[in-house]
Design a protein around this ligand. Sequence first.
Ligand code: RIB
Ligand code: CA
Length: 306
Amino acid sequence: MKKRPIIIDTDPGIDDALAIAIALFSEELDVKLITTVAGNVSLENVTLNTLRLLNFFGKDVPVAKGAEKPLIVEFVDASNVHGKTGMEGYDFPEPKEELLLSEHAVNAMRRVIMESEEPITLVPIATLTNIALLFAMYPEVKSNIKEIVMMGGSAARGNKGVMSEFNIATDPEAAQMVFQSGVPIVMAGLDVGLKALVMPEDSEEIKQMGKVGDMAYHLFKKYRGGSFSTGLKMYDSCAIAYLLCPELYNVEETYVGVELRGTMTTGCTVVDLRGYLKREPNAKVCMDIDGKKFREWFKESIAKCI
Ligand code: RIB
Ligand code: CA
């Protein structure tokens, strides 16, 4: 079966690590490039974490470093959730430095997209700074992008601000540029991320699933995106799940804008389900997920990471 070519833009990040694993070991996806962006922790740390993960997984995917801070706002990380290094809890091997390209992520993305015979799917599971820069510098790439399937945003409340989700709130201007780009978007936000839970009994099963399962279990013990006992939120795996198991979701096509001037709501994704703003739809928003099926899908996917 022909694999779907994708580029993952990421900020590992414990939940990123599992999403990347599932994508790399799936039979349906061809990960052509992984680009990094400052988000959960610094650009240096997310890049080192990515190179460590690829060494650990035994997968030689090229990596390119991107933006070290947002376009306009000050950079604020999420080390309180992922730990200082961004992937505390497991003793990873050394970073596989030879996978790191000298190209900037934006230039590497442009090259890979324009060289691809098949339209590329962009899978940003982090702040959208690199994607916004890509469209600003090389708008021609849009002709060979199938869609953007992102983890980010929320049709309801936030997890960084009252109404703003972390990936959007970390660089709201970049997010607005992406939502206005005209490229088809699938938004897997907190509406599904908060229900994409790994429960304690799942973690105990995952622990027995080879070295990737053991790694996941140890990272889960440190991950503060939820709690080990009441459910760990696999936010970024929601984007991969859309690619591999879209039937998990209820999706609504609508207009999504990003609030940039709200004194209390900057970074909010304004999901206009009832058309008050009278704007053309620009995104498919995952509004709900079958949480039970997600847990089964997630465990089946980790079991394939051998
Ligand atoms: O809000 C969740 C998102 O923020 C995830 O991508 C997580 O890794 C963090 O980057
Ligand atoms: Ca992430």
